[in-house]
Ligand binder design. Structure first.
Ligand code: AMP
Length: 183
């Protein structure tokens, strides 16, 4: 049973790797960013509530993303494993997730930290062309990552769940290392 959490700065290649790995393992790739972008496109109440935060590069309030993850992990296809991409992003989301996984009897999760130097991250993000990839918003997303999300590295390392992978190599090489290290 594979349950993986992908950590790493925006632009580290989390989304691509998480998706490839999930497809290969035939388990759902659960990206809170993708779910929020779809909700904004569909103008659902979640999307409307999230929009201003996402547009500015700020984190959406914990409660909103926690509710969506709780709902998603209860679905039938998540019972055979999953890859979480972009959640948790704060220590309080991580403690929420720990409790939720206990309740759902879905323990044993491991955390992949994709390590990529700052200058690489910025140039990758500028080349991506997403709506929230303008220079100011990118800068803000990196600040938010450093202050709110990076503390999760020691949080999971303290719990012996962390696996660090060098994300500054070709897509194929990162995939190879990932496959070797999760087995
Ligand atoms: P991502 O696609 O993971 O880069 O997420 C895009 C945006 O969605 C982020 O900049 C946040 O505004 C929002 N978002 C995604 N996941 C979370 C989360 N776990 N907590 C708060 N906001 C989130």
């Amino acid at each position: 049973m594979t349950r993986l959490i992908f950590l790493g700065p925006p632009g580290a290649g989390k989304g691509t790797q998480a998706k490839n790995l999930a497809d290969g393992l035939n388990i759902p790739h659960i990206s809170t960013g993708d779910i929020l972008r779809q909700a904004m496109k569909d103008q659902t109440s979640l999307g409307i509530k999230a929009q201003s935060f996402v547009d500015k590069g700020e984190l959406v309030p914990d409660q909103l993303v926690q509710d969506l993850v709780e709902e998603r992990l209860a679905k039938p296809d998540a019972q055979s494993g999953w890859i979480l991409d972009g959640f948790p992003r704060t220590v309080s989301q991580a403690t929420f997730l720990e409790e939720l996984l206990n309740q759902l009897n879905q323990g044993g999760e491991r955390v992949v930290n994709l390590e990529v130097p700052d200058e690489i991250v910025v140039s990758r993000l500028l080349g991506r062309g997403r709506k929230d990839d303008t220079e100011d918003v990118i800068r803000r997303r990196l600040e938010v990552y450093r202050s709110s999300t990076a503390p999760l590295i020691s949080y999971y390392s303290d719990r012996h769940k962390l696996l660090s992978v060098n994300g500054n190599q070709s897509l194929e090489d990162v995939t190879k290392v990932l496959l070797l290290s999760i087995n």
